[in-house]
Design a protein around this ligand. Structure first.
Ligand code: FES
Length: 184
């Protein structure tokens, strides 16, 4: 990371080193490229996408690092990160459960399916279970309305889901998790 005249703080080398350590060399290099462009702060969303793409979410240390390296106020970085729904500020679970709340799914009872997921998992939309296994999310129409109500778990589609099927769906993924990590 180059030192620049705009970094007036005496401890910039330490700040830069800590910031680089919180990201990846590829992301740091990308931020460097952005810094060479006019209005580098206009690339903030793209930078955050890359950070989330690597880490799965935008953690505090990563947001601070982006602010420092891109030279954008930290309040603006966290403001952008929390404004857009596609950015997540918490770690994502091993399995992402997306319940479609599009019209067809809603009409076919998606709300009751959501309620059962919330009850079984003890979490609400946008949250992750304490054991890190599941994150519950709402999604718009996923394009398989004929199967409504639809639940995606990762890339897998579950169609015509009823509330009573929810425990067995969860058990299936917990079983998969146990098989992949016997000690977990
Ligand atoms: S509305 Fe749910 S798949 Fe289309």
């Amino acid at each position: 990371m180059n030192q620049r005249s705009c970094h007036a703080t005496d401890n910039w080398p330490e700040v830069a080193a800590a910031s680089c350590a919180a990201l990846t060399p590829e992301i740091v290099a990308f931020i460097e490229q952005c810094r060479q462009l006019p209005r580098s702060e206009s690339h903030l969303i793209e930078v955050l996408h890359r950070v989330q793409g690597h880490f799965g979410y935008l953690g505090g240390p990563q947001l601070d690092a982006v602010a420092q390296l891109l030279q954008v106020p930290a309040a603006k970085v966290s403001g952008v990160a929390s404004f857009y729904h596609f950015f997540r500020l918490e770690p994502v679970g091993r399995f992402r459960i997306c319940v479609c709340l599009g019209t067809a799914c809603y009409v076919k009872g998606a709300e009751a399916v959501v309620a059962r997921f919330e009850e079984e998992l003890g979490i609400r939309f946008g949250e992750t279970t304490k054991d890190g296994q599941f994150t519950l999310e709402a999604s718009r129409c996923v394009g398989t309305c004929g199967l409504a109500p639809v639940v995606m778990v990762g890339e897998e589609v579950h169609g015509a889901v009823t509330p009573d099927q929810v425990p067995s769906i969860l058990e299936r993924y917990l079983k998969q998790s146990r098989t992949e990590s016997p000690s977990a």
